[in-house]
Each structure stands twice: as C-alpha cells, then as structure tokens.
Design a protein. Structure first.
Lengths: 198, 198, 198, 198
DNA sequence: TATGAATGAGGGTTCATTCAT
DNA sequence: AATGAATGAACCCTCATTCAT
C-alpha cells in the first residue's frame, strides 16, 4: 500500500506536485487538481499519501535527497575546506536555479509548522554532512569558533534561501550561479578565522 | 472602509491575529477563531479587510512599521557605518526575539505567493533605508562592490531570518540578541572590503 | 441556526426529500441530489440538518406530526370505541394512500437501526393516543386482555404497514381506503372480546 | 461463477453476513468487514456475488428456504385449517425468535427497493403455500371472503413482522413464541367467518 | 455599518466496485 | 479463480467568502 505506485504514475505525480505547489500558496492548491493534472484518481493519491501535506513532504524529501546525492557526488576528490564549502554552496545555488519549482516550494509555500514536525523535515543526511565539515573546520582553527557550528550553517543557508527568494521576486532576471563565487567569498570571509585581520 | 474600526476592537483584533496566526499554519488558522477571540463578528472583519490574507498582511504591515520606526529611532546619533549596521542588525534580532509571534508569522506562516503581490509586502521605507546605507558604504569603498547592494541586503536579512527560524526550531533555548554581536561580526567580515586580506 | 430556514426553501426541500428518498434506497440517495433538486446549496442543508439521516428523520417527523393531527381532528365527536378505532385505521390507510411517498420512506427505505435511536422515532404523541384508547377498551372489557395493549397496537399497525407495502408492490392498482372497512373488521374481530363467541 | 465457493468458505461467509448485516444499517455495513470476518478477500465475494446487495439477498434466500422447509415439515399430518395456520404462525414466530439476525435483516436492514426487483424476493414457494391454504379456507367458507387471500396474508404477515420488530425494539425481554397462541387467536378471529357473530 | 445565514470549494475518509495481475 | 491496487462517488465537516437584512 505504501508507495507501490507504478513508476510512470509516480513521475506524473511528481511533475504535477512540482507544478501546482510551486505556483500557488499551499492552502490554495488542491489535491484534486494534482490528481487531475497527473491523470491519477484522487483516491489513489489519498491511499498512498494520506494528506496534502504528506504528499508534498514526500516529494520534497525525494528532491532534497537528490540534492544531497549531488552534493556528495561533487565533493569527491576535494580536500581543501574552503573549496569543499564553495562547492557545496555552488551546488545548492545551481540546483535551486535549475529547479526553481523546488526552491519555491521549499522557501515559499511549504507550511512550516506542519513540516517541522514531520519526519522528512530533518534532512539529517545533508545537515549532518554540513555540520561535520563545519565542525572540522572549527577544530582545525580555520573557521571561527565564536559561535557553534549550527549558527555558521544558519549563516550559509540563510543566504542561499534569501538569495533564491529574492531572485524569484526580482523576476529571475539574472543568474545566481554566476554570482555564486562572489557570494561565497562573502560567506567565507564571514566564517573563516584567518580573515579576521580587520 | 479602511479603518473605521473602533480602537479597542482593533486592538483585540491585533492580539487575536498575532496569537492565532503565529500558532498554526496559515491555512489551518481560521478567521472565525480570530473573530471569536477578538469578540467581533467575522463579517465585520470581512467588511474591513476583505480577506484572510489582507487581514494578516495589514497587521504585519503595522508591526513592520513599528520595527522600522524603532530602527530609525535607534540609529539617531550613530555616524560610523559599521556601528549603524551593527545597530540595525541588533535591533532586528532583538525585536524578533521579543516578538516571536511576528517572526513566526513573517518567516513561517505567511502565504508568500500572495503577500509578494500585495502592497504591504515591499516595506519600502525599511528597505530603502537599508539600501541607502549599503550603497553609501559601497561608494565610500568600505563595503564590497563585487555585488550590488541588494545582494548584500539578502546576505544580512537571510541570516536574520534563518537565525530566527532555527532559534524557534531549537526551542528558543538560547538568547539570539546575546549572540547578535558575534553574528554581526560574521556579517561585517562578509561585506566589508578592508577584511579582504584573504 | 437550527431550522431558521425560509418557508419557501423548506417547502422545496420537503418536496425534494420526499421525492428522492421515496424513490430509491436510502443508501443510494444523496444529499447533494436533494440539494440540487431543491435549489439549495448542499452546505445549507448540512448546516441545518447535520447528516442525511437527520434530514430525512426531521421531515418524517413533520409528516408524522401532520398525520397525528389529522387523526386527532377526525376523532372529534366520536364516542364509540369501535368507531374511534375504525376512524384511526381509516385515516392512516387513507393518509398513506394519498401520500405514498411518506409510506415508502417510512416502511421501505428508512434505515431503522439509526432511526430507532433518534428522538423523532418514538412518535410519542401518536403512540400514546393509541395506547390510551386501547387500554381503555381493555379496561372496559371491550377489547381482549389476553395480551397487553402494545401487542394489540402491533396487530393494527402491522396490518397497515404490510398492507401499504404490498399495495405498492402490487403496483398500487387498487384502492386501500375502499378496502379499509373490510380490513378494519378483521382487526376488530381480532381485538374485540365480544366476538369471541366462536 | 455461481457457487464455486468451497463449503467452509461459504459457511464462514454466511456467519459473517448474518452478524454484520444484522447489527448495522445496510449502508453502514461494509463488505470489507464481511470479507475480513470471513477470512476471504473482498474481491472473491465480488466474483461470486456481484454486489453487496446480491450477497445479502443470496443468503437471505437460503435462510428463507430453510424456514419454508421447516414449515412444510411441521405441517405434516395436520389436517385442520385452523391448526395448520396456527402451526405456520408459530413456526415463523419461533424461527425469527431463535434467529433474530435473520429477522433483523429481513425486517430492518434490507434495502427494499432493490430487493423487491430481485429474483430472491418473491419467496414463491412459501407464499404460494400460504395462499393455497388461505384460498382453500375461503372456498370452504371457513375464512372470510370479503377480501382476497393476499390481503389475509398481509394481515398475518404484517402482525408477525411488526411483532418481531417491536420485540427487538423492546429489548427482546419477553418470549414471542410463548405469546404466539394468544396472538394467533387474534389473527384467527380476524380471518375466520364463524366468529362474525358481532 | 454590523450581523449571521447561505454558499461553494476543498479536505479527509470510507466504500462499493472495477481492473490488472 | 483469487487477490489487491485503482477508481469514483458519497459523506462529513470546515472554511473563506458572499448576500441579504
């Protein structure tokens, strides 16, 4: 029962969810519209996901998983901490720029109060990876230790999130990934210790 | 139409909106509950605000206006750019920490797609003030000019927003404003030119 | 809220309920169809009646009330017990014959298990009236006392109910009320003491 | 298709149908529950019976067939018309009292509109038997000829049906079969000619 | 202008029934 | 033939929103 959906159905569902929930506020999007667009019956969706929230959360989880995988893939062979972080920064910016629907859902429409308590919210794999790298940097004396790693992560993720949001707001009339390097330099200056030669 | 409400009614409405919309996802918060809590008929709310969104937006606008005023107030007598920005940073962090309901609504429940196109969204006064300061810093060679002022603003605001969100998520078990200085140093390192001694 | 429906709306609703629930099994009739036929919104019905069951029960109650009133009206001026009972018997047969929809609902489609526990089921007024007359007859030695009054009532009502049901089944191709006197004689023989001269 | 079911499955199904459909209104009884209770897949039920209605009708038919057989069995060796009818009356009352589930289904939950048009409804064998006896009584001048035999049957069956229903309603706190003789005397007075010494 | 009844839409849920395996 | 996933239709219920008073 739980997720034995046929691959093609799941694909159509994924596309429908992406389109519908990225284009309107969560409470204005209807499961029934998703069903219609995906060519699946409403009941089938209901049987598999149980609610509007969990339908969206489930796909968000999948998408975030792909982003995580992509980050891991891209980190291969990079040793330098700064380069690692730069890469991570860039992969994210690039990913959201190329999948604006995901970004929209993630940063603009998802009902946070509910998602927060959902299992899929934690994104443990990705977050742990981040924190490991950041803590390592702190231990090695490369990154500032004035604040705990979580705050450094807030610093990075907040910039990405806000940048995406404003990029959409400004009409997506420039390339985020092209600016990614300059943006990352700001981040790096903020978190690296060596630069504190003010 | 706009604002024929008696002051006491408006006050009760404000409290009700703050409480109800900060405690549950937008689509789960009911205008009937707001009406009940405020002791007004829901039709009265409609006559004055037109829709659930507009009701919340209107109060958010008021609250943001107060924050703006507070910032302006606190900037008085400060000349140094860094100190100005530090102050602005601190005032915001402090404000959201002391008014978590506003932060929750702003960063967690507001239906963005609809707010974005609403007049109240722009927060022109506050944003212009920010941009003016940032551009001035860029012109004076104090702040990095690699990116336009808007991006610098994203950098600052993203950090604040994400910090607030994570603070709530972590159970509000620490003081943001106490960390504000350390956090601001990161921001400052990121945006100031002098620090670019990489 | 409870039953402030405008008279004309209520009338249309009454007609729709009568038509729809007399023409199909209860579980195949839909509130929405009633709403459509009555030109009322589904929500309005729901707000006033709460469920399909209670919608039907409420109207059945009204109709039974009218039948009760009619019986009372017709009993005026009759003193003789047999004539009283004959009248009651005839009024019922006549009423159901002229309002076959009510009979159909009452004897063929109403979900008994649920109606039984509903307040409207008891028809206290009508039943009490019956029992009073029957008991009086027993006390006066006119009616058989071998069984309690309730059973006598079963005897009478069962005949009416079954007669109606079969009349419908046989295509309503004869007049029940014309047979009512002959039918009542059977009933009277069955319940009267004097006749026990076999 | 019809009846390829293994005997033990059929038995379990019979018990499940009896239990579930006698305990709740037809539209609230779920075929899935029946399947679960019988340990069969609901699809199997569908393959064999085609619909919820047909499932119940089929078993009702079986049960009524048993009742018919029982009546026939008990009539053996009885010649007197009154005794015949008394026997028939008693067997039915006794049967329903000992199989209240059947009575409940028959008189309280079956969706009549649909059953009426089903082949199993007619109960030709039983009804014909009845009518033959009654007509014979009329021809012999023992029973009243004021009404056709069908109406006499309504008289008898209506009393049984109503008695059962009220017996259930009254909490089954007395024995119907013990009253059967007194009840039958009423019926007999009603239909016999000799008693018309009014 | 303030109110509450009426409406329409959608969500959650259950189910009979159909389909594909 | 037996199974269970998919479907469509209803039901119950809640709301935002509109209407009539």
């Amino acid at each position: 029962m739980l997720n034995g959906l046929k691959p093609d159905v799941k694909e159509r569902l994924e596309a429908a969810v992406l389109e519908i929930f990225s284009e309107s506020d969560f409470h204005k999007a209807s499961i029934r519209d998703v069903a219609k667009k995906a060519g699946v019956s409403f009941s089938t969706i209901y049987n598999h996901y149980g609610s509007k929230e969990r339908l969206v959360f489930a796909f968000v989880d999948v998408w975030m998983g792909k982003l995580t995988d992509r980050i891991i893939d891209h980190l291969q062979g990079i040793e330098d901490l700064k380069e690692k972080l730069r890469k991570v920064f860039w992969v994210q910016v690039d990913y959201y720029e190329r999948h604006p629907g995901l970004g929209r859902i993630l940063f603009m429409t998802l009902p946070m109060k509910t998602w927060m308590v959902d299992e899929t919210f934690k994104q443990k794999k990705m977050i742990d990876m981040f924190l490991t790298v950041l803590r390592q940097g702190q231990e090695e004396g490369i990154l500032t230790s004035d604040l705990r790693a979580g705050i450094l992560l807030d610093f990075i993720m907040g910039f990405i999130q806000r940048s995406f949001f404003m990029w959409v707001l400004r009409g997506q009339d420039y390339s985020m990934s092209e600016q990614a390097n300059a943006m990352f330099e700001m981040v790096w200056q903020g978190i690296s210790k060596s630069s504190k030669t003010k």
